[in-house]
Design a protein around this ligand. Structure first.
Ligand code: SAH
Ligand code: SF4
Ligand code: F3S
Length: 472
């Protein structure tokens, strides 16, 4: 069983934070200026959650938050490796900082996250990008204070990457971007090895956080007034397997749901092969769990699904979706689809379109297959040409957009509970419905951070418009 990171290591990092703080406080006193830090986060919520912790550590170390790159004395790119496009953006941005670093030799530049779990990328950065001062991987990001201290005191360039997590760092300081929304990791890593996916290589094997740590964090958030809490894991349904099977994810959800307060609970992501009736029942019987399920299907072709190593068929997926909807008739169901997986024929792509038409998701995240090093699909023959992938992507999006619009129109006239998250465009407030749909409505600023009853008056493909309703 995985233990929390040993206390001594965390204690050491706390001492490093204090040491950095003393240096920066002294500098502030002498110059009248505080160093500012900026984290740019790429990729998924897992990275957002890690960034929240790094932001917390930076604040403890005495860095002020920077508004933009030009203002920053420390810039951190928390990177993603899921598709080539994500990696190219990071390289472009590191390149763009070369001149800023020449102008400001005190500027510190660090790269963290999933890209840095790939040895060929670390190699590339170290050899070609002299402006990068440090590298931390997904399993070592909590060593940030020591790395910054080393840089400040001795100008020491470091790359600290570990192949796996032996221990989960609990009780790190956290600084979230929103007071109303939070990510809570329930498990790290993934054991599934879908043929296209780099995540098991960048995040390592599945490790569950202990339930008491998760419950403690959620309780704290609810007390602080947080209204929208998303439980995170690459495959939340395998939660607890490494803890002896109990509690499983449905049990955990039911336990968290008992925490009293005015909040909504969400989770992502569920793998269809592990989603259970017990989970749907736990959702349906809960007070706080939003009627929203993100259940990535990836393809509508059984041959492609098998080649992807997804371990379910299109029919099994359809049955699962039907059961989830039977348990929760107002469920908002969303999914992910990859087009152009190696060997995907036109006929197989048509099967995906047929599945999308039949299942009528509320929204779909669509991706063109991207070849990732170290994955099984990397060496597969019959790669689909780029233009063909783009064509399939456009067709799929076209089909889905019509469905999304129809689904959104079904909300017209309904009064939905919308969490007002902040100011939106045109002087309106912006928020999310229980199902996670974006909604704009007119209302006073004091509603921000509150649930408001909103009557839906206009529906577009990606957004709902509404007005405050007197009656709930
Ligand atoms: N663990 C989650 C999601 C991981 S990544 C899950 O299993 O659902 C989010 C989405 O990115 C995936 O669902 C998939 O649709 C897409 N994706 C992952 N690897 C990809 C690749 N190599 N090319 C294109 N899309 C990819
Ligand atoms: Fe990647 Fe599959 Fe794991 Fe999701 S379940 S992270 S797609 S390997
Ligand atoms: Fe990207 Fe890593 Fe998430 S590869 S999608 S940031 S787990």
């Amino acid at each position: 069983m995985i233990q929390p990171v040993d206390r001594q290591e965390l204690q050491r990092q706390r001492q490093h934070m204090q040491a950095v703080r003393s240096l920066l406080d002294a500098e502030h006193l002498a110059t009248g200026r505080r160093r500012a830090a900026l984290i740019e986060t790429y990729g998924c919520q897992q990275n957002e959650a890690d960034s929240d912790r790094m932001r917390g550590m930076l604040a403890e170390m005495g860095f002020a938050p920077a508004e933009d790159r030009a203002q920053a004395d420390l810039i951190l790119f928390n990177t993603c490796a899921i598709r080539e496009h994500a990696e190219l953006r990071v390289f472009g941005n590191i390149g763009a900082l070369k001149h800023q670093k020449q102008r400001n030799p005190n500027l510190m530049l660090g790269i963290t996250g999933c890209m840095m779990q790939q040895p060929h990328r670390v190699e590339e950065i170290l050899s070609k990008y002299g402006q990068v001062d440090f590298i931390l991987g997904t399993h070592t990001f909590y060593l940030l204070p020591g790395v910054i201290l080393g840089l400040l005191q001795e100008g020491r360039r470091q790359a600290l990457v570990a192949e796996r997590t032996d221990a989960i760092p609990e009780d790190l300081p956290v600084r979230r971007e929103s007071a109303h929304k939070a990510w809570v990791t329930v498990m790290y890593g993934c054991n599934n090895f879908c043929a296209y996916c780099v995540v098991p290589h960048t995040r390592g094997r599945e490790i569950s956080r202990r339930p008491e740590h998760i419950l403690g964090e959620v309780r704290g958030l609810v007390l602080e007034g947080c209204r929208d809490i998303t439980l995170l894991g690459q495959n939340v349904n395998s939660y607890g397997r490494d803890l002896g099977g109990e509690p499983d994810f449905a049990d955990l959800l039911a336990d968290i749901d008992k925490i009293e307060g005015d909040y909504r609970l969400r989770f992502m992501t569920s793998h269809p092969k592990d989603a259970t009736q017990k989970l749907f029942d736990a959702m349906a019987n809960s007070v706080h769990v939003a009627r929203q399920l993100h259940l990535p299907v990836q393809s509508g072709s059984d041959r492609v699904l098998a080649a992807m190593n997804r371990r379910y068929t299109a029919a099994a997926y359809a049955e699962l979706a039907a059961r989830a909807r039977a348990a929760m008739p107002d469920l908002v169901l969303t999914s992910d689809i990859i087009v152009g997986f190696p060997g995907e024929t036109e006929q197989e792509f048509e099967e995906t379109l047929a599945l999308v038409r039949a299942l009528r998701f509320d929204a779909l995240f669509t991706f063109a297959f991207s070849r990732r090093k170290n994955t099984a699909a990397y060496t597969m023959k019959e790669q689909v040409p780029k233009e063909e992938k783009q064509r399939r992507l456009s067709r799929l999006m076209e089909v889905q957009q019509e469905i999304s619009l129809e689904k959104n129109r079904a909300h017209l006239g309904q009064v939905l509970s919308v969490l007002a998250e902040g100011p939106g465009k045109g002087g309106l407030l912006q928020g999310r419905t229980e199902g996670g749909k974006l909604c704009y409505f007119a209302g006073p600023q004091c509603l921000i951070g509150q649930f408001a009853p909103v009557r839906i008056t206009e529906a577009k493909t990606f957004v709902l418009y509404g007005e405050l309703s007197g009656s709930h």
